[in-house]
Design a protein around this ligand. Structure first.
Ligand code: SF4
Length: 320
């Protein structure tokens, strides 16, 4: 998808993640259905879409918490599903995840210091762990006295900083931020986003940044992928997407953000209906049941995801 292939850190190639629904009626849930993209070293690759579109499932597959049904994910050119022994251990260090709810992801019975020691214990790492923990807590803007505290003694923003410190412990190459700021108040959200940005520059990190909020994705991403019902429908550079969005779903998401595209003063596009079930997606283009620009072809034929401008990919019949 890009000429700079030697700069690719992670690649998803026709990845599908299907699983059985909770009840028989639900059938097979096609949470992620044939997505391909590349994440370049040092970039923030944002993924946006409504709740239930498959973005978190995709994030978990990227760190091997879930096994794809089909397709391949590579990290530094190595297929992560094939890794064993030392290579698997290294991959577990290289790819980390930060979860949405800092309260749920930190063990309430352990102090912050014990929580930050976990990654070193799991990987049997000795050496000067104590000094590294002191360094980590300062790196995320907390004080060393926080190390003796329990999670319930910290605010939501401080807990998420601990989550970030834990993800940084093993010096990862890529961090999956799964709705990492969604549970926080807006002002705290901005502080945590700034921290992530600072850490990226300081440590040369790469992020896969998942959010249902395009405004948040816009603030941090170099490139943005828009997901709808298990499919990526548009990928573009942040600036390209700001200038010109092609897919009607992206247009609808953008119209809900007043400050983006303000010059055009476009009216908010309200999508009718609920997100269809991923176990029974609509025929043809999956967005056709809610698309304001639907035509007959859309109901029968699935649009091909294609490059319509350099680096700008779209799946929509309007641009065939
Ligand atoms: Fe809308 Fe048709 Fe394009 Fe799908 S293919 S987004 S239904 S215009």
């Amino acid at each position: 998808m890009t000429a700079e292939t030697n700069n690719v850190l992670m690649k998803a190639d026709h990845v599908k993640v299907y699983y059985k629904g909770k009840n028989r009626k639900a059938g097979v849930v096609k949470a992620v259905d044939d997505v391909s993209f590349e994440i370049m070293k040092g970039e923030t690759f944002g993924v946006v879409g409504e709740s239930g579109c498959g973005k978190s499932t995709l994030g978990r597959a990227l760190v091997r918490l879930l096994k794809p049904t089909e397709g391949e994910i590579t990290l530094d050119g190595k297929a992560i599903a094939e890794l064993k022994g030392e290579e698997l251990k290294q991959m577990r260090k290289d790819a980390q995840i930060i979860f949405q709810d800092p309260s749920a992801s930190l063990n309430p019975r352990r102090t912050i210091k014990q929580i930050l020691m976990e990654p070193f214990e799991i990987h049997g790492m000795k050496g000067d762990v104590e000094a590294r923990i002191q360094e980590l807590i300062q790196l995320v803007g907390l004080d060393t006295y926080h190390l003796s505290r329990y999670p319930h003694e910290l605010s939501g923003g401080q807990k998420q900083r601990v989550g970030i410190a834990r993800a940084l412990a093993l010096e990862p190459k890529i961090i999956i931020c799964d709705e990492a700021v969604s549970a926080l108040d807006v002002s705290v959200q901005a502080q945590v986003l700034n921290l992530l940005q600072e850490l990226k520059e300081k440590l040369g990190l790469t992020y896969f940044f998942i959010s249902h909020n395009l405004n948040v994705v816009y603030q941090v991403s170099d490139r943005v992928a828009v997901m709808y019902l298990g499919k990526i429908v548009e990928i573009a550079d942040y600036a390209q997407l700001y200038e010109k969005r092609y897919h009607p779903y992206t247009e609808a998401l953008l119209s809900a953000i007043p400050q983006v595209g303000a010059e055009e003063k476009s009216e908010r596009i309200r999508l009718e209906g609920e997100l269809p079930s991923p176990s029974n997606p609509p025929s043809g283009c999956r967005f056709h049941t809610r698309c304001p620009k639907v035509c007959e072809r859309c109901m029968k034929e699935e649009p091909v995801f294609r490059e319509i401008e350099a680096g700008h990919y779209v799946a929509c019949h309007l641009y065939d």
